[in-house]
Every structure is written in structure tokens, then in C-alpha cells.
Write a protein that binds this ligand. Sequence first.
Ligand code: EPZ
Length: 422
Amino acid sequence: MDKLLVHGGATLRGAINISGSKNASLPILAASLLTAEDCIIGRVPDVSDTNYMIQILSALGASVERSSGTVRISCSDLAVEAPYELVRRMRASICVMGPLLARKGRAVVSLPGGCVIGDRPVDLHLRGFQALGAKVEFEGGNIILTAPDGLRGAEVDLCGTHGPTVLGTDNVMMAATLAEGLTIIESAAAEPEVLDLANFLNSMGAKIEGAGTRRIVIEGVKALHGTQHTVIPDRIEAGTFMTAAALAGEGVTLRRVCRDHLKAVTAALVKAGHRVDFNAAGDICTVYRGDDPKGCDLVTAPYPGYPTDMQAQMTALLATTPGLSVIKDTIFAQRFMHCAELKRMGADITVDHGTAVIRGVAQLSAAPVMASDLRASAALVLAALTAKGTTAIHRLYHIDRGYEHIDEKLLLLGADVQRVRD
Ligand code: EPZ
């Protein structure tokens, strides 16, 4: 296992390219199961989550070639059971359910376990599949979906107690592309990654309208064909580096971003007293640490609200921002594992009922800390950038799940980091 040594105090400046979106790549890779023809997907980030998905597709019988960021997939013949050993490692594996059910009339996928950010139910996914006529059974820790006579279009509301479901919307939308008749998804997730998946599916011959809004209409077709597609930029990686720049930057430029996807994150950084400039095309931004940063309150919400995937990173920034800040996570109330580690570095944070109350301190102090999940680990790296001393962040594999070459990018920006064998 690797750890990352971060020597605090370096000033970040310069420019890096943001990678393709992990959370757009995963459902798009799964969607390639819907056709026997070749799909060529560009700018797939080289992170362990996309590698897991590629292993799952291969285990299902797909032939997959990867060269740098481009993945070529062809699924002429398919098995219907995703291997437990791979599925258990990544919740997003569940998004093979929809394509397998639509293409083969059957899918067997292990129930995803919970994870440190909370219980990860799939009831909304199953609600959608049942609405389309699938039978749902459970056996030996697996979900068994069958639709021997094919799927039929239906109207379904996918709103849960915490609002829309991103992968649930993806799954039902993928299944509906080959259902007979019209499907209407109400309370759909509107994340840019859902729209990117819909664009990919439409380029395969699907008939989807309304993706990116709360109401998606899918007219089923007989078959889908191969396609080529480049995934959108990773807005959470971009937000993470924007926050690093607000912490320790004197003009950090991020290329290959999408301004429209970063409105909530930009507004939060400006509210906290920092400066974010975009070029006219909106695909390059430069972030400057403000002279007078101030605490602020944030509530996470489904897109276009402030993303839960950026909650930990903002907590790290506000830990050394003068004043009182309150962050509430309405999507994952337990997503505060990073706070215990930040407190070991001297942060003043109280967490209760899905809310963190943060009193800014002058400076954190380095300490050996433990990464726990993808975004919490990123928050610890950010906190270490301005901490006094050298912070060792153990279990770096959590970060490698979703950040492509994070240490190389930080070094390019002048951070004093070192990846070492743990
Ligand atoms: C996606 O997960 C993202 N993952 C997550 O990013 C992100 O945090 C999450 O959406 C919310 O934005 C990918 O896209 C691969 P949800 P997903 O279904 O789709 C509840 C990261 O860091 N819910 O939108 O699995 C659920 O418990 C990852 O990159 C149900 O109740 O999340 C949560 O409270 C972490 N029943 C809320 O809905 C269901 O059937 C939103 O979850 C499904 C979800």
C-alpha cells in the first residue's frame, strides 16, 4: 500500500489539465453492454474504479482494449452474472444491471455492501426495473432480475427520501432504451454525468429527451449500434483542485473544465472570499486565494446544488478559514469521516446529525492520518498543503480510485508531495 507525504507550506501556481469524469465514464462503460458493435470511449481516466468496471465488462464476456485514455469495447456475446469478487469492490458496478436486463432479459448482480459514507440502498433502481416489467428476486446476496418477455415502457418516479438517485436514473434510463414503448422518469437526477450518458446512448441510436432535467422521456427502440464518444471533464476533480488553489494558490490554472458544471462550487469559493476567473469559452479557469477569506454556510443538494462529493474538500478549506462555518450534507448524513482526521491535525469541528460546525483555526499541524473514502482522502491532502510539518496520508488507494495521477498533478503545481510505499 502507498502513502502520500505532504510537506506543508508550498505555494501552488501553474497549470494542469483536468481528466475525464470518473462518474460519467462508469455508466457509459456499462452502457456499451447494450450493443454487440464496437464502442470507442475517449478520455476515460486511468483510475482504479474505471479499471474495476473494465474488469467486470471483460468478466461478462466483452472484449476491451485500452490505450491511454481511450477504451474500445465490443460485447458480441454476454454472460448475465457480474462476478461478486469485482462487484463488491465498487458500488457503481450496479449500473451493469440495466444494460444486462435490457440486452439479455436477465441480470445477476451482488447487492452492493454499504460503505463509509453510509448505507447505499438500491431500492429506487429496483422500483424502476419493476415498473418496466422486470421480476426482482434475491438469492445468496445477489439481486436477480428477469424479464423473459422483454421490458415495457412505463412512467416511474425515482425520488427517494434523500431526493433523486444518479445511478438509479442511469440504470432505468439504460434499461428503457430497449423497452417496448415510452418510458417517463419523473424526479430524475439532473447531474451532468446523467446527461453525458444520455448523449452517449442517443449516439447509439436511443431516443432520449429531457436528460439533465427532472423529467426524462425514453422511446424504446429495437437495437442500439456502436459509437464513439468523449466523456465530459471531471467536475469533482476540478472542484478539488480549485479548492486546493483557494487554500494555497497564487493563480492556479485548470484546463479542460466546464464552467456550467462548476457554478455551485465557484459560488461557494467566492462566498468564502476567493477569486475564480474563467476564460470566455468557459473551459479554463484560474483560482486565486483571497486576501480576506471568511467562513460561510453550505448545504449539499442534488445537482445543480452544491455537490456532496465536494463537501469534504470544502470542510478542509474552512478548517483554516477565519470565522464560523456550518456544512450540512443532506445526501449522505454520515459523510464526515474526514472530520475526525482533520481534528487530529488541530481542526475545531463538531459533527452532529449530518452537520459539521467548523471554527477556523490559524493553521493545522501535520499528523499521520488515515484515508477512509475517496473524497475524505482528497480533503486530507488539501488540509496537509498548508499544515505545519509533513503529513503522511496512509491507504492512498482510496484516492487512486477517483483521482488520476493526483501526486503528479500536485507536483506540477509546485506542491511538495511524495508517494512512498507504506
Ligand atoms: C453517485 O452515487 C456518485 N457515484 C457519488 O459519487 C455521489 O456522491 C452520488 O451520486 C450523489 O451525488 C457515481 O456516480 C459513480 P445516489 P449514487 O443514488 O448514484 C439514496 C464519488 O465520490 N438512494 O444519487 O450511488 C442514497 O442513499 C461518489 O465519486 C436510495 O435511497 O448515489 C443517497 O442518500 C461517492 N435508494 C441518495 O439517494 C436508492 O436506490 C443519493 O444517492 C439509491 C440511492
